[in-house]
Write a protein that binds this ligand. Sequence first.
Ligand code: TXA
Ligand code: MG
Length: 320
Amino acid sequence: MNITKADSESIQRAAEIIKRGGLVAFPTETVYGLGADGLNPIAVAKIFEAKKRPAFNPLILHIADKSWLKRFSGIENEKVERLINKFWPGPLTLVLPKTEIVPDIVTSGNTTVAVRMPDHPVALQLIEASETPIAAPSANKFGHLSPTEASHVAKYLGDKVDMILDGGKCSVGVESTIIQLHENEIYLLRPGGLSKEEIEKEIGGIKTGIIDQDKPNSPGQLPFHYSPQTPLKFFHKKFLDENKKIGMLFFKENKINFPFVETKFLSPSGDLREAAANLFSQLHELEKENLDLILVETIEEKGLGRAIMDRLRKASNKFL
Ligand code: TXA
Ligand code: MG
């Protein structure tokens, strides 16, 4: 297996792979990314091939320093400035008008580009050493669970990447929050690791509707996504069948009297941050158990609860 512990020597080798147009999976604070040189269209094409991702879905450019942004977007906007100063590096992706140098394959032909500065030393050192923005989706096959540990990447993409840099478990555990600037309003495209409340504290109210009715441009707007192989449904008594192998994902405690084959707890202390950080790894664990059904508890949609419920809803939609 090509998992390599991240240190300054292996990061340097990974950067050489990026420069040569190869693929490197690397840790960020949200989830593992499947990275390629974001300014090399052929390298970026390899990402789509490895992920088996529909070509209409654009990628995020990851940068190592706030000052890199102006190369990829000429935008000058006060709200954007404030968000960057407050939340970068961190789990916030900005969709902004793009400059000429961003290849169409990165943006799927959109006139906008998604950019983020991740808050993870391995990611930042890799981007810095590669001397280029790294285009990276989550390092899973399209539609599957997102990876929050190096072993998750190896499971699905092990033979498709040149190197997997192991930087341990992702601390945030759900993807970045994606927002778009459109006519001086900020729209939330995907709830994620930075809560809407925190963003609104900084710049006031943001919008949640769809900007362009014609095209779903963010996974927040695709009907299903992030699904385990095992059918997943929100808990309801009617699903409890003792002849089936059922696993249950609880928020903090088990309040149900039923012989579940497996039970997991997102956060025994009831902390939404901890719950988000555990979400995908616990779904990966449940997926491994060859269950007939995974049931999940609903979570209150405030703060990071919104991102968690978004992922769970998308995961369950596949099995409706
Ligand atoms: O936390 C994250 O965001 C992780 C880590 C690796 O950084 N990346 C990630 O990438 O989740 P991905 O590709 O799985 O999800 C990014 C989403 C895409 O599905 C795409 O729909 C949206 O960002 N996106 C990218 N460029 C966009 C654009 N120009 N307009 C609207 N949405 C865009
Ligand atoms: Mg993804």
